[in-house]
Design a protein around this ligand. Sequence first.
Ligand code: NAP
Length: 396
Amino acid sequence: MPKHRDADADGHSADDIRWMTEALELASHGRGKVEPNPPVGCVLVRDSVCIGKGFHQRFGGPHAEVEALSDCADAAGATAYVTLEPCCHHGKTPPCADALIRAGVARVIVSVVDPFEQVDGGGIKRLRAAGIEVITGVAKQAGEELLAAYLKRVRTGMPWVIAKWAMSLDGRIATKTGESKWITGPAARNAVHELRASADAIAVCMGSVVADNPLLTVRLPEFVRAQTDDGKTTNSASESRPLVRLVYSRRRLPDLNSQLVQTASETPTWLVAGPEISNADLAKLADHDVETWQCESADPVEMIRQSLLWLGSNDNPRGLAMTHLMVEGGSQLLGSFAAAGQIDEVHAFIAGKCIGGSLAPGPLGDPGIENLADATPLRISRMDSFNNDVRLIYRR
Ligand SMILES: NC(=O)c1ccc[n+]([C@@H]2O[C@H](COP(=O)([O-])OP(=O)(O)OC[C@H]3O[C@@H](n4cnc5c(N)ncnc54)[C@H](OP(=O)(O)O)[C@@H]3O)[C@@H](O)[C@H]2O)c1
């Protein structure tokens, strides 16, 4: 068959790519609100006209296909552009493949095939068995980019890790005396709060807890909501997924008077503890409502691996797998994440000031790499400026 004049390398038509791009844009509005579900968008098109559209808006709510079908009176004969393969299993909602079949759509165009074991091609198979034409892989790179965190969790059982740091123009995250408040200005720090609001958890390590006594909450007017009935603060984009503050500690424990411990009864606070920490010490934190979890290994890199598997499972104290973990430092913790090969995305905020001195730390501490060939390649994804500060976002 001749390729469409403006087809991509895989022969997908320019129209299919255009409508899928619209569905991907819609899907992106669910980011931060639907996890651990994937953000999904759907556009229904007949005779080159959009007749319905929708996206998955909140965890447990209707899927994108159902939202789009309820947005149009009659979808018979239409083409459905869906960013992720329609599901074929009963989860919190009935199978979307069945809804599309019942609506009488003629074609289903999919960007990414869902690797989730209860779907994994089953939705496509069911649609084809019903006589519907199905094309996959349209705008696949953009689809995989949007779904990167979901795909990592389904494939590895671990959340997507966003490393965030603020550094001087000469690459230091603190002075040689440990002072780091504030390297960047208020506008850049606001962007950090927005990033926190879309994450499941923020991780820091003991060095930073001692140096900075941080609160690690989202301090934006639209997210500082009234407390919920059970007294917890809902400081995230999703009410069903309040932001968790996560402290990594191999030996030292946070002071019981620290801001994190003192506010643990209002804002979920969990501790990932090394095996050397005694049960008695963990119990003291538990008395202050800090959830504690002890790693079997004291090796910093293995602690990262084990803790990510725990966070990405339904066995964590929230009972719901985490999809996005934001790591705010300090440098030793970030060095451990890098050594574990677990930094998926970097948000580097860079300020127009220099610090200097060989004792002032850089963002990634030990162990580091010996050869440049061993560096994990990251791709620039976005650049923003905040007055005199910039943010560079790089992704795997
Ligand atoms: N500009 C920024 O964006 C930014 C952000 C955060 C922090 N900072 C600054 O960075 C400095 C703190 O950084 P840091 O490198 O000294 O401290 P850190 O990474 O916060 O904590 C280091 C300590 O954590 C423990 N540790 C290291 N790896 C671990 C792992 N994988 N699991 C569990 N525990 C682990 C070790 O203590 P034990 O082995 O003794 O337990 C280590 O001494 C402060 O000055 C702070 O202000 C700057």
